[in-house]
Design a protein around this ligand. Sequence first.
Ligand SMILES: C[S@@+](CC[C@H](N)C(=O)[O-])C[C@H]1O[C@@H](n2cnc3c(N)ncnc32)[C@H](O)[C@@H]1O
Length: 198
Amino acid sequence: MKVSELQVKIQKAITVPDINGPLFANVGDEYKKHFENKDIYFNWLTASIKVWKPKKIVELGAAAGSSTLALYLKKLKDTKLISIDYATEWGFLPAKMKKDKNVTLIMENSLNEEMIKKHKKLLMGIDYLFVDTVHNFDQLTAEIKLYEPFLADTCLVVLDDIMVGDMYEYWKIIDYPKLEIPQYHSSGFGFFIYKKGK
Ligand SMILES: C[S@@+](CC[C@H](N)C(=O)[O-])C[C@H]1O[C@@H](n2cnc3c(N)ncnc32)[C@H](O)[C@@H]1O
């Protein structure tokens, strides 16, 4: 599928979640307000999961967990969601998510090779990767290099804040079908479709 066609499908699938429902009980008020906006990247993430239907989602950089929750809301029941952040307690996440056997929260440095080795079975077959840690060229380059061996033959890779610092230098050299969609985040947002062996 072309990236532009995928974006049309995702855009059509965007809805505003029930921010007064139990899954949002721990989300901070300021963030709840963000979720009320159809054009925020959180709601794009949810819609992209609905459309792409990944089996294994990996998130690098969760902070309080708004994006983690967004990735969870429409995932298929058996889809695994693995989120890695070295400094968070994912405070926004509901107990349901923390207890879900298909959700794994790893409080480690995304670049820790020992951690990656330890979780290699869990990580194998990523077909949706969302990267949102430190926003610079070197970090992103290192993360893609470390996680690429775990990507499925086809993987949707979503990058936040591509306009920050020298992140755009990375965006420019991505040699896969890619689409910038800055309307969802003023600091830049985009995705590409990775194909193994391309
Ligand atoms: C911009 S915030 C993530 C925001 C979140 N994705 C959202 O949309 O709400 C960046 C997060 O990346 C984490 N982080 C930065 N460098 C990291 C690294 N090397 N390994 C793991 N986490 C990292 C920080 O602790 C922080 O919580």
